[in-house]
Design a binder for this molecule. Structure first.
Ligand SMILES: [Zn+2]
Ligand SMILES: [Zn+2]
Ligand SMILES: [Zn+2]
Length: 346
């Protein structure tokens, strides 16, 4: 993610901030300008500033912001526990909406009549069960995933190396984007890489939970879950693409670079990475910058006694899938407007 500065005094501020600690200026994030703007009569905060702890600019007087408007269902105001979880989810969702915008993909609220656009149902599973997932442009999140204890318990139970609310959103938006950015003529190549997304989903799900992932899954998939069904492979890969782009953009903004550890012998692979210098239209360059950076970040994380920051290995096949996702995202960004060209799956 890019860095932000106070519109009053230009001090460094962060994505979730609402005021400058140095000069006291109150500001909000403007998705159209991708910067913080001073709040005044013409620039009003999102109507969900309170309930969603949202720091974005309202889309219009008295309205919600471009991110909050995508949320179709949320907990009742007096359900305090669920509202606290909802705020955590909305914070992650704003990162998603922001990142997609920087990649040229504009999410618009779902039109209930045409089915175009995307809606988020952020639901508490306190009373009734909620299944996190995507169907027909509606992304559902079980708000229990905002609770660290719950999420960590599930992560451990499923032996997942990584589980975050932002990760859920990046995965589910992958499902949503499939019919949006994959054209009919792309399907043969996409199916050759990921498999046929029309495969019986329930049968695949049953098999996955009965047998687990094949022993050699890492040769072709980025995660065990990706082996479950071609549609899950696509969503997992797209989520990883967004992880990679997000971290590289942050590294570039902070001028973080890796010159590589000094090794005694000649190295066959480059261990240097300069994210700020990467041609972001080139998938190969992005991956080349990603690998040394992720090795360094993992080593730093281990130095704090934590697990790897990025606990995944990208095999050559997975890199091919990432290249495919990259090309499709790049093309979607230049086609206009991506948000209105939603194509339903047959
Ligand atoms: Zn300031
Ligand atoms: Zn908002
Ligand atoms: Zn999925």
């Amino acid at each position: 993610m890019q860095v932000f500065s106070c519109p009053g005094c230009h001090q460094l501020v962060f994505f979730a901030n609402t005021a400058c600690l140095r000069c006291g200026t109150r500001f909000a994030f403007d998705i159209d300008r991708l910067s913080m703007v001073v709040l005044d009569a013409a620039a009003q905060p999102c109507a969900n500033a309170g309930v969603a702890a949202c720091n974005w600019l309202a889309a219009g007087p008295g309205e919600r912001c471009a991110s909050c408007r995508l949320t179709r269902t949320r907990p009742a105001d007096d359900d305090h526990e669920a509202v606290a979880q909802f705020q955590v989810a909305e914070r992650a969702k704003r990162r998603l909406v922001f990142q997609l915008r920087t990649l040229g993909i504009v999410l618009v609220p779902r039109d209930e009549e045409t089915g175009a656009g995307v809606a988020f149902d952020l639901l508490s599973s306190q009373q009734t069960p909620v299944t996190t997932g995507h169907a027909g442009g509606v992304i559902t999140l079980d708000l229990a995933e905002s609770d660290d204890v719950h999420r960590e318990r599930v992560r451990t139970k499923l032996s997942e190396p990584y589980r975050t609310v932002l990760g859920h959103f990046r995965h589910e938006i992958g499902h949503y984007l499939f019919p949006v950015i994959v054209g009919d003529t792309d399907l043969p190549e996409v199916r050759a890489l990921f498999g046929d997304e029309r495969l019986d989903y329930q049968a695949a799900l049953d098999r996955h939970y009965r047998e687990g992932a094949p022993a050699d899954w890492a040769e072709r998939h980025v995660s065990e879950y990706a082996t479950m069904h071609p549609a899950e492979d696509w969503a997992e890969t797209l989520a990883h693409y967004l992880h990679l782009r997000g971290v590289l953009e942050t590294a570039a903004a902070y001028r973080l670079r890796v010159d590589g550890p000094e090794l005694p012998g000649p190295s066959t692979t480059s261990l240097a990475s300069d994210p700020a210098a990467v041609d972001t239209s080139d998938a190969g360059a992005l991956i080349d910058a990603w690998l040394p950076l992720s090795y360094a970040l993992n080593a730093v994380s281990r130095s704090l006694g934590e697990e790897d920051l990025y606990p995944f290995v990208l095999s050559p096949v997975v890199m091919d899938k990432l290249r495919c996702v990259h090309e499709l995202v790049l093309r979607a960004a230049t086609a206009s407007p991506v948000s209105t060209s939603r194509r339903e799956l047959a």
